[in-house]
Write a protein that binds this ligand. Sequence first.
Ligand code: GTP
Ligand code: MG
Length: 252
Amino acid sequence: MRLIHNMTTIAECPAAEPPLHNRVIKIAVIGGSGVGKTALVVRFLTRRFIGDYERNAGNLYSREVQVDGEQVTIQVQDTPGAEMTDNGVSLPDHVTSSIQWADAVVLVYSVTDRRSFDQIEHLHQLVARAGGANAPSVILLANKADLVHLRRVDPQQGPLLAGALGCSFYEVSASEDYSQVHDAFHRLCCQLAKQQPPPPPPASNSSNSSAGGATEKRRSPLIPRPKSPNMQDLKRRFKQALSAKVRTVTSV
Ligand SMILES: Nc1nc2c(ncn2[C@@H]2O[C@H](COP(=O)(O)OP(=O)(O)OP(=O)(O)O)[C@@H](O)[C@H]2O)c(=O)[nH]1
Ligand SMILES: [Mg+2]
């Protein structure tokens, strides 16, 4: 059963396309199984905590939000839980693709699950390796802070690890506190929006194509590409020529 409201799951709605001239911020959420990745994504995008989520859903969500007064499209890739193997942590190929697609990765562990904390360093290495020269920004989220009696990771260990990895750290509870979760994602979005080049202005003619921009280069194959302005211009001129000569309604 899907209980997600007020946002679009791109995987379920292939027609969903970000407005052409919005900045697009792409975030992948990665971590061990059951740490609360889906709960965090849903909390951030809908403000709701439902409590029962489809396991390993791996959906891509999209939502329009205001960042520093600017309307941006945020795309968040939820991913299946990473599994421990004899050689460390393994990630399915499509999660590696998500890392390469993303502008930023949110690494998540649960304070109630020591193994999920121990995975973080391996996951950070995999993110750096998968991203290569284009490695995405990373933040570290410790989730389930409300479960005080079940805590297995000391509060000071998260910031220490984040310091060693060179990333920001937030301890949150997806179930208890929307503002902490919102704050963590929102700061990340602000930082990413500042790093990106401004979106191209609305194209009035064929010379305004944005195909060479950095944002465009990293666009996922999952996301439909905008129509070429050249093609649209051609169609418009073709229509004009037809209606002037033949004076009939023609569709192209
Ligand atoms: N108490 C508490 N429970 C939480 C919190 N976040 C998630 N949960 C619960 O933890 C369980 C797992 O949450 P999910 O969001 O499905 O975790 P996940 O990381 O997406 O799991 P997989 O997709 O299976 O890897 C669910 O029962 C959630 O209700 C939290 O902050 N506090
Ligand atoms: Mg999940």
